[in-house]
Design a protein around this ligand. Structure first.
Ligand code: UD1
Length: 355
């Protein structure tokens, strides 16, 4: 069987690598397509190297644009690739614009589709990712889910249970594989105790009032705990537009490679983020996570894991941080099947079903 994988943005790469590597050990032929949604070396190339993903067979080089433009342009450039390469199955990952664009192309061309990380729902349709998830799941023949809440969401939306496969969390596969390497990283020059921050959601960074409020809270937090903040390109330009003076102990860095970021997460006193995947990684690592969002499509990280939703409220952030600094950490467990073998389960299911 010929399986074509589509990746495009930073969080796709650590989800695709375990599945790609597991399928590489089977008789299946594989093609890797990069849409070029993320194109900076620090957002893309370095992840391929560290995750041991081969260079993409095809790069659509789509780049940045509005949602409609980016999605349409990926579709326009991806369609001839599918027609030429004739895959038996296409695998898409997560919830980015590349995911939904490839899903639409495949369903129109009647090429079977598998969605890795299916079923997650924030129930917040103002998030572009929620729209991408809803549509991709409706179009997929194989829905690979990380948790039982995802299975429930899909069944409620009328998806036939025979198409749902709970395989666990592929992102955790990459973490399990590379954590030993990350722990060898000496991280010279860093403070002993620090909080790690990431921020890139349009809902947090595109509204200046909200962004200013968050940055001011971080500066306040910073008086108790040094902050390390690798900054997404979109956030960097917004912060520059705010012209805020940030104290020197608020370390603003370029986006970091996967292994370095993992090492930083593992040793952080707390992670403050609006990312999806980082909520999961901190739960696995048993590091407290304060999520700067009102909702999460990953509720299991709140019910079982270390995650606490603090919204965009600086007061709540400071109160939850106080608890952590006072040693009152949440007691957390790792969700079932987040064990480093999800990619292997996907490879086995596909080999049995289509092989
Ligand atoms: C995308 C995903 C988001 C994911 C995030 C991880 C969608 C809808 N969103 O958001 O779910 O959490 O990736 O990073 O797909 N840019 C660069 N260099 C790059 C890529 C982007 O400078 O390599 C800048 C550009 O100014 C661009 C902006 O970042 O306009 C946003 O990039 P885009 O791909 O549209 O979405 P992200 O915010 O990265």
């Amino acid at each position: 069987m010929h399986i074509l994988h589509v990746v495009g943005a930073r969080p796709n790469f650590m989800k695709a690598a375990p599945t790609f590597c597991a399928l590489a050990r089977t008789k299946n032929e594989q093609t890797l397509v990069h849409t070029g949604q993320h194109y900076d070396a620090s957002m893309s190339d370095v992840f391929f190297q560290q995750l041991a993903l081969p260079s993409p067979d095809v790069n659509l080089e789509v780049g940045s644009g509005t949602h409609a433009w980016q999605t349409a342009e990926i579709m326009r450039r991806f369609e001839p690739v599918v027609l030429e390469r004739k895959p038996d199955l296409v695998l898409v990952y997560g919830d980015v614009n590349s995911t939904v664009a490839a899903a639409l192309v495949c369903s129109k061309l009647r090429v079977p589709l598998g969605h890795v990380e299916a079923g997650l729902r924030s129930f917040d349709r103002s998030m572009p990712e929620e729209i991408n998830r809803l549509i991709t799941d409706q179009l997929a023949e194989f829905l690979f889910t990380p948790s039982n809440d995802a299975d429930r969401n899909l069944k409620r939306e009328g998806i036939n249970r025979e198409r749902i496969y709970r395989v666990g969390n592929v992102m955790i596969d990459s973490l399990v594989r590379l954590l030993p390497v990350a722990l060898q990283n000496k991280m010279n020059g860093l403070p002993d105790r620090y909080g790690l921050v990431t921020l890139h959601r349009p809902s947090n960074v595109d509204d200046y009032r909200i962004l200013r409020n968050i940055v001011e809270s971080l500066i306040a937090v910073n008086s108790e705990l040094e902050i390390i903040f690798p900054v997404h390109p979109r956030t960097r330009s917004r912060i520059a537009e705010l012209r805020m003076k940030t104290p020197a102990q608020l370390h603003l860095l370029e986006p970091l490679p996967y292994i370095e970021f993992l090492a930083l997460q593992r040793r952080a006193v707390v992670v403050i983020t609006d990312s999806g995947g980082i909520q999961e990684e901190t739960t696995y690592l048993n590091v407290p996570c304060l999520t700067l969002r009102q909702n999460t499509e990953r509720p299991i990280t709140v019910s079982l894991g270390t995650n606490v939703l603090v919204g965009q409220d600086g007061g709540r952030l400071r109160a939850e941080l106080r608890k952590i600094l006072d040693g009152k950490k949440k007691v957390a467990t790792i969700p079932p099947l987040w064990d480093g073998h999800a990619g292997e389960r996907i490879a086995e299911i596909l080999s049995k079903s289509c092989g």
